[in-house]
Design a protein around this ligand. Structure first.
Ligand SMILES: [Fe+2]
Length: 485
């Protein structure tokens, strides 16, 4: 896999001559640079990147310099995000902007004033979302549908959860999302994504992050594509702090892969579709938007294979918080409160002693959006299968079924593998999430509410009243009074 080339540079000496890069595989023909948050420099033609400046008077081959940033100019250095492109034509060379017909299934503003948004404390579940049939061509843009979210991209606060389901490529069409950064999880079919930075091939089991303002085109090499998207407003994804975990573990920075520069010479007609406050606009241009010959910077798309996540869950007793499964996080405007934590559930050993091993009963400030990429989900309280989704609202109680509770409290605890050949994920949203009318009325795969799911849960303490009375008497404490109706 490593493409580090060593050569003799002196007697008895071998030196690397290229930085580490991820090489093509059977399912991915592209090469990547590695390292989360690095400042990369890459050129598809030699000698194009300028030396010691960003905007020389004249660039090699009469290219044009152009900057794209993801943070204000005066942001602290540690959080500055920007990139310089060296391209054939500047992005400003395009036709007039026009409105596209509204897509009522695509939402961005989650206030009560939006008639397409509903607030409810009811948990919900969806069977696999339908993939469009062959009768109508649906590309990635047309296949975007919003499940829920909170906040508003115009105030740079909040997020949206979408699904996508498509059956055709975006032919000579690029998408530019002005609202936020998109974390995309293909669940069925690979996504071949062309960007101004180069190409990324993303398969089920990998995530890709495409930040605000970047133009990209999605093709479907497997003929169809379905998956999940978390879009964050006014924030960017970061690796979580490691705290007492230390400098190793969880998602390793080296495993994040960034494209290398790649450009087309293409004078055909292209359409660029812009999303702003959930509305779609477009402009045409007589050349490809993918004409960047070289670029450098740290505001760049990346992908990550979730199977590489190093699971450091509990190995002795009790349970860790699920934050131990956090791959990426994004800050909210409240100090110390994340906007969302993206968690992944990969196979692991379950070895704890004297521990209730399934998820304990809980009521969280967070809203939990869960999905499965592949495999069989082991939870007993929700029906969750690959391509489906569940929604657990903020502060609502949930946990395993009574049957599962009885099994788990009586089991002979032995080391066991759990989650084999399965990948689940959770978008752990730090607050309330509204749902869309699309999610509640138009998916065709919404599951009925399980009203009586825990009604069979018996209060075990009532079997022990005689023993409790005896214990109280022995301790010299007042007797137990009970209310029976
Ligand atoms: Fe939960």
């Amino acid at each position: 896999m490593p493409s580090v080339i060593s050569q003799a540079t002196g007697p008895g000496r071998l030196s690397a001559t290229l930085p580490f890069a991820a090489s093509p595989t059977e399912s991915d023909p592209y090469v990547y640079q590695c390292g989360f948050g690095n400042r990369f420099a890459t050129e598809a033609l030699p000698g194009v990147l300028p030396n010691s400046c960003n905007t020389p008077q004249r660039l090699k081959y009469d290219l044009v310099s152009e900057q794209l940033n993801g943070t204000p100019f005066v942001s602290p250095r540690a959080s500055l995000l920007h990139a310089w492109f060296y391209r054939i034509q500047p992005s400003v060379v395009h036709g007039h902007i026009r409105n596209l017909p509204p897509n009522v299934d695509l939402q961005a503003v989650f206030s009560k004033s939006n008639p397409e948004i509903l607030c409810s404390p009811q948990d919900r579940g969806w069977d696999p979302f339908p993939i469009p049939d062959a009768e109508k061509d649906i590309d990635f843009i047309c296949g975007l549908k919003t499940i829920g979210g909170h906040g508003d991209p115009t105030t740079k606060d909040g997020l949206a959860i979408h699904i996508f389901a498509a059956n055709c490529d975006m032919q000579n069409r690029a998408f530019c999302n002005h609202d936020g950064d998109m974390l995309i999880l293909p669940q069925q079919g690979r996504l071949d994504i062309q960007t101004e930075y180069g190409h990324l091939m993303v398969r089920p089991g990998e995530l890709v992050v495409l930040q605000a303002g970047m133009r990209f085109t999605v093709s479907l090499p497997d003929g169809l594509g379905r998956g999940y998207i978390q879009e964050i407003y006014g924030s960017h994804y970061e690796l979580p702090e490691l705290g007492p975990v230390g400098s190793n573990g969880m998602a390793l920075p080296r495993d994040f892969e960034y494209p290398v520069a790649s450009f087309d010479i293409d004078r055909s007609q292209w359409q660029v579709v812009v999303k702003l406050a959930g509305q779609l606009f477009s402009y045409d241009q007589n050349h490809t938007p993918y004409d960047v010959v070289a670029w450098h910077g740290n505001y760049a798309p990346y992908k990550y294979a979730l199977e590489k996540f190093i699971n450091t869950a509990t190995v002795d007793r009790d349970q860790s918080d699920p934050s131990i499964y956090c791959v990426l996080t994004a800050k909210s405007k409240m100090p110390g409160v994340s906007l969302s934590d993206f968690l992944v559930f990969t196979p692991k050993w379950s070895v704890t002693r004297n521990t209730f091993r399934p998820p304990y009963y809980h009521r969280n400030v967070a809203t939990e959006i869960m999905g499965v990429i592949y495999g069989t989900w082991g939870g007993s309280s929700t029906h969750l299968s690959p391509g489906g989704l569940t929604y657990e609202p903020s502060y609502m109680p949930h946990g395993e079924s009574y049957e599962r509770w009885k099994e788990a409290t009586a089991a002979d605890l032995q080391p066991a593998r759990v989650g084999e050949d399965t990948m689940g994920f959770m978008m752990h949203v730090s607050g309330h999430c509204s749902l869309t009318k699309y999610a509640l009325e138009r998916t065709g795969c919404l599951q009925p509410v399980q009203e009586a799911k825990w009604d069979d849960f018996e209060p075990g303490l009532l079997k022990h009243l005689d023993q409790i009375k005896a214990d109280l008497a022995e301790a010299g404490l007042p007797g137990l009074s009970t209310i029976t109706k």
